[in-house]
Design a protein around this ligand. Structure first.
Ligand SMILES: Cc1cc2nc3c(=O)[nH]c(=O)nc-3n(C[C@H](O)[C@H](O)[C@H](O)COP(=O)(O)OP(=O)(O)OC[C@H]3O[C@@H](n4cnc5c(N)ncnc54)[C@H](O)[C@@H]3O)c2cc1C
Length: 387
């Protein structure tokens, strides 16, 4: 059976998130974008609403929601501001591997306090020289008695300057590539840990992005997530879940861009009629509507598969790639519909275009998503005969 109706709980969640987006996020979105400042007040309110911990099971104080529920919630937050949404979302990226692979003790020590008081977490995979190919990472962890000694620098870390703990991927043996990688839960107050200044970005400027450096940081062995050699698999499993959540952020941006462009096109008069009456403008609006709908459905399917416990690497990659490309195209066309006005800071569509771009880059680039899709397609495809 296929059904597209939301349950009454999902509708209520959507409504609550929409209201939060309108009343709490939207009023400050332009200011944080302009100043490149981190929206601490919004983040604290988001924590009170449980938006930082939707996937954490109820027994640890979280929302106990599924991936699809979380996507429904996330679209609304991102429709207000993607930079603020990503600041909210990224804790889930760090928490999800603990929820899924953590020991009872790790869940008690990290999930419970996270839910009970305002806390942030970061996911530390990328490095300056290592992005699409994380198996070549340089950050090293050496076992010394009952501690791992961590050395290296992670780059592009969202919430890097504000996290209370970091989920860090490091190699115990570079020769073993992905098999040598472990993941460690690293509290931010450990000696030898520091972060850089916020990186001055093109878009999503409300989000805080920094380098994080580990100099002989001694991490207790009990903070090792899953076993040795398991880190890479866990990192990738987390991305299968969180890619739909980033993809749905792209849908939120695109939806806002379409709404603004539609509204503008009904008011702007050229050649004696609203530009919405010119067919080429209508076609741009129609393409926006159809691609947004298709992106949302791809994401809902990838999320639904994850909720059923079915592997969704290909579907998550399809959904993320399609949604990111859609957001880029839709926001570019929204600027086009606004004409010269769209190219100024007087209207929000230029911000949406800047915010959309990085979705084609982080959580796996547009090209890496296609590699994942193609790899699985080539494995699955059996011989086809015609006639
Ligand atoms: C704002 C922002 C926030 C981020 N937040 C985080 C975070 O919280 N945690 C984290 O760990 N990382 C984070 N990242 C890092 C992000 O995930 C990486 O930037 C991304 O994975 C790409 O890596 P790279 O920048 O090193 O580019 P590269 O991997 O060097 O890629 C450069 C170009 O080459 C292409 N390319 C590379 N390999 C191939 C290939 N095999 N085939 C075809 N094309 C290829 C890429 O698609 C891209 O176009 C963030 C990045 C940004 C910009």
């Amino acid at each position: 059976m296929i059904g597209f109706d939301l349950t009454s709980e999902q509708k209520a969640l959507q409504q609550r998130a929409r209201q939060f987006s309108k009343e709490v996020i939207l009023p400050v979105a332009a200011k944080h974008d302009r100043d490149g400042t981190f929206p601490i007040d919004v983040m604290k309110k988001a924590h009170q609403e449980g938006f930082l911990t939707p996937l954490v099971p109820k027994e640890y104080g979280g929302g106990g929601l599924g991936i699809l529920d979380t996507c429904i919630l996330s679209e609304e937050l991102a429709a207000g501001c993607m930079g603020i949404y990503v600041s909210i979302f990224v804790s889930t990226l760090a928490l999800y591997p603990i929820i899924r692979f953590g020991t009872r003790d790790q869940k008690e020590r990290f999930l419970k306090p996270f839910c009970s008081k305002y806390t942030l977490a970061s996911y530390c995979l990328s490095e300056v020289t290592v992005g699409s190919d994380p198996a070549s990472m340089k950050t090293a962890a050496v076992l010394d008695g009952d501690h791992y000694v961590l050395n290296g620098t992670k780059m592009w870390i969202t919430n890097g300057g504000y996290a209370d703990f970091y989920l860090v991927f490091a190699t115990t043996d570079p020769q073993r590539k992905h098999k040598g990688i472990i993941s460690l839960i690293v509290p931010s107050n450990l000696e030898g840990l520091s972060h850089g200044e916020p990186i001055d970005k093109m878009g999503q400027r409300a989000s805080n992005t920094t380098a994080v450096t580990f100099e002989n940081v001694r991490v207790p062995k009990e903070n090792l997530l899953a076993g040795e050699g398991e880190g890479f698999k866990k990192a990738m499993a987390a991305l299968d879940i969180t890619r739909p959540m980033i993809g749905i952020g792209a849908v939120g941006i695109a939806r806002t861009a379409m709404e603004l462009a539609t509204q503008f096109s009904k008011k702007r008069i050229q050649f004696g009629v609203p530009i919405a009456q010119h067919q080429s403008v209508q076609f741009m609006l129609a393409d926006m509507a159809k691609d947004i709908e298709a992106a949302r459905l791809l994401i809902w399917k990838a999320a639904w598969l994850a909720d059923q416990g079915i592997r969704n690497s290909k579907e998550a990659a399809m959904a993320k790639a399609f949604a990111a490309d859609t957001a880029m195209r839709v926001t570019t066309d929204a600027v086009q519909i606004y004409g010269g006005m769209g190219y100024t800071k007087w209207h929000p569509v230029e911000k949406l275009m800047r915010d959309a771009k990085v979705i084609q880059i982080y959580e796996g680039t547009a090209q890496i998503m296609r590699l994942i899709i193609a790899r699985q397609l080539l494995q699955e495809m059996t011989e086809v005969t015609f006639g």
